[in-house]
Design a protein around this ligand. Structure first.
Ligand code: PLP
Length: 466
C-alpha cells in the first residue's frame, strides 16, 4: 500500500481514500504518494494492445489498491470511458512525418478534463456509499472546469453539485454545457458579478464552518491528486501506441495550472520512457520564465484566446517543487512562504539543470497561436483548438532533430472556440453530433446577486436542511 504525504510535510501519512475526499491537505499543501511504484519495461510492453480502460486499470491499481480492488477498479474505468465517443478513447492522429495529435476531447464536455473527472465522479460515489456520507460539491467556473465537473457528478448518488458562473460573462456554448444537464442533483447559479466574485462567494461558503458542515461541502479542483493520477494514463497509452518504448516521445502540453504536464512527469517517474515534456504557455508565462531562469515570479493575468491557460500562479507547480527540494516538506513550505511574501521564489542552478534533462518550456503569442492553427490545417486538413495550437507551436519550436516523435496533447475540441478557429482557417467548426442540439436544449439556472446570504439561501432551499 502506498501512503500519501503533503508537499508541506504537515499532514502525516494518508490513504488514497482520504486523499480523494480531502483534496487539499490540512497544512495547505498538496498530496503526493510517498513513493512511486515502478513499472518495468516488460510490464509496460505487456500493456501494448490493451484498451484505454484496461490500461487505466493496470496503471492506477498500485496507487489505489487500499481503496479499490482490481475488479472494482476495472469496472469503474470501463464505465468512466464508455461515454467517450471514439473507439480508441484517446486517438492519435498524424499531422506530419513524425508529429502527432493525441485527441483528448472525445468525452462529454469536449476537453481533456473529462478523463479525470468522469473517473473521479464514480470513485467518489463508491467511497461515499461505503461511508454512508453525502457531500455537496461547490465550485466557481469561468467556463470549462464547471461543465466537466457537472457531467461527472450528474445523477450520481450521495452527491450534489452547485456551480457559480459570472452572469453573461461565459460563452453561450460554455453556459449551455452546464445549464442543459438534466439531473436533480445539479444546480447552476449565474452570479451578477465577475468570476472573482464567484470565487469569493465559494470561499465564503467554505469559511462558514456551520454551513460547510451542514452541507458537507467538497471541491473537485485541479489540486486533487486523483485527478493528476488519472491523467498519467494517456501518456502511457499514447507512448505504447506509437511503439514508444524504443523511441520515447516528446510530449507538448498546453499548460495553465501545471496539472496535465505534471501527470506526464508522474508517467516518467513510474517508468515510462519519455524524451521530453514541453511546457507550452500563452502570454501568461510564469512557467516558461521559471524554466528559463529558475525564478518563479507572478505577473498580471492577461486575457488571451486560450482562456483555460490564463493563469499566473500554477497551483500544481508546488508538486514539482517538492521533488526539487528532495521531498523535504519544510523546505517547500519555506519557499512558498517566501513566494507569498515577495511574489517570487528561486531554485538553484543545479536543480534547474536537472530539470532541463526532461522539461523544455516556451510560450506562444496570440499571432503564433493563430498561425499554428492555420499551419496544421494547411498541412494536414486537421483543425485544432487554440490551446492545442499553443502546444503545437512551442513543441515544434523546441523539439530537436532526431529526438523522436512529437505528440501534441489536443486538450479541447475546436468547436469550443469557434471564433479563433474561424479567424485562422476561415472555417466554422460544427459541434460533434451528440452536442448538435445544444443550442436548442432547455436551460435551467438561477440568477442571483453576488451576496453570500442569497447564495446560501438558495442552496438551503434547493438542497434542504441536512
Ligand atoms: C485546463 C486546460 C488546460 C490547462 O491544463 P493544466 O492542467 O491547468 O495545465 C489546457 N487546455 C485546456 C483546453 C484546458 O481546459
Amino acid at each position: 500500500m502506498i501512503a500519501h504525504v503533503s508537499t508541506r510535510g504537515g499532514a502525516g501519512r494518508r490513504s488514497f481514500e482520504e486523499v480523494l475526499l480531502a483534496g487539499l491537505a490540512e497544512d495547505g499543501g498538496l498530496f503526493l504518494p510517498e513513493s512511486w511504484p515502478r513499472f518495468s519495461r516488460e510490464a509496460l510492453a505487456a500493456m501494448q494492445g490493451l484498451s484505454y480502460a484496461e490500461t487505466a486499470c493496470r496503471i492506477l491499481l498500485p496507487f489505489v489498491e487500499d481503496c479499490f480492488e482490481a475488479a472494482e477498479l476495472g469496472e469503474l474505468c470501463e464505465t468512466a470511458y464508455a461515454g467517450f465517443d471514439h473507439a480508441a478513447t484517446a486517438p492519435l492522429v498524424q499531422i506530419a512525418a513524425d508529429d502527432w495529435l493525441l485527441e483528448l476531447f472525445h468525452g462529454p464536455t469536449l476537453a481533456f478534463k473529462d478523463f479525470a473527472l468522469q473517473l473521479l465522479g464514480l470513485m467518489f460515489e463508491r467511497v461515499l456509499a461505503r461511508r454512508g456520507r453525502r457531500i455537496t460539491i461547490v465550485g466557481a467556473t469561468s467556463g470549462d472546469t464547471g461543465s466537466a465537473a457537472i457531467h461527472a457528478v450528474a445523477g450520481r448518488a450521495n452527491m450534489a453539485i452547485v456551480v457559480l458562473h459570472p452572469h453573461e460573462r461565459v460563452s453561450a456554448v460554455q453556459r449551455r454545457q452546464m445549464t442543459t444537464v438534466e439531473a436533480g442533483n445539479v444546480f447552476n447559479i449565474a452570479v451578477r458579478g465577475t468570476f472573482d466574485d464567484c470565487q469569493a462567494l465559494v470561499k465564503a461558503m467554505f469559511a462558514d464552518t456551520a454551513f460547510r458542515r451542514e452541507f458537507d461541502l467538497a471541491a473537485i479542483n485541479s489540486i486533487n491528486w486523483a485527478r493528476i493520477l488519472a491523467q498519467t494514463v494517456y501518456y502511457v497509452f499514447a507512448a505504447l501506441r506509437l511503439g514508444g518504448l524504443e523511441r520515447p516521445p516528446v510530449f507538448a502540453v498546453p499548460t495553465g495550472n501545471f496539472g496535465d504536464v505534471y501527470a506526464g512527469y508522474v508517467a516518467h517517474r513510474i517508468g515510462l520512457p519519455i524524451r521530453r515534456l514541453v511546457v507550452a504557455t500563452n502570454r501568461n508565462d510564469i512557467l516558461a520564465r521559471f524554466f528559463a531562469t529558475g525564478v518563479y515570479r507572478a505577473g498580471e493575468v492577461v486575457p488571451t484566446v486560450t482562456p483555460s491557460m490564463d493563469i499566473q500562479v500554477a497551483s500544481n507547480f508546488e508538486r514539482l517543487l517538492f521533488a526539487l527540494e528532495g521531498g523535504d516538506g519544510a523546505r517547500v513550505r519555506t519557499k512558498l512562504e517566501e513566494f507569498a511574501r515577495s511574489g517570487m521564489l528561486t531554485v538553484d542552478s543545479a536543480e534547474l539543470a536537472a530539470l532541463a534533462e526532461l522539461f523544455l518550456a516556451g510560450r506562444a503569442t496570440e499571432e503564433e497561436t493563430r498561425a499554428a492553427i492555420r499551419a496544421v490545417w494547411v498541412e494536414s486538413g486537421r483543425v485544432v483548438d487554440p490551446h492545442t495550437a499553443v502546444g503545437v507551436h512551442v513543441g515544434r519550436r523546441l523539439r530537436r532533430p532526431g529526438e523522436g516523435p512529437l505528440v501534441c496533447l489536443a486538450t479541447a475540441h475546436p468547436a469550443k472556440f469557434p471564433e479563433t478557429v474561424a479567424e485562422a482557417t476561415g472555417r466554422q467548426e460544427a459541434l460533434p453530433p451528440r452536442l448538435g442540439d445544444l443550442m436548442r436544449r432547455q436551460e435551467r439556472f438561477a440568477v442571483l446577486d453576488a451576496d453570500p446570504a442569497a447564495i446560501q439561501g438558495f442552496i438551503r432551499e434547493r438542497l434542504g436542511r441536512r
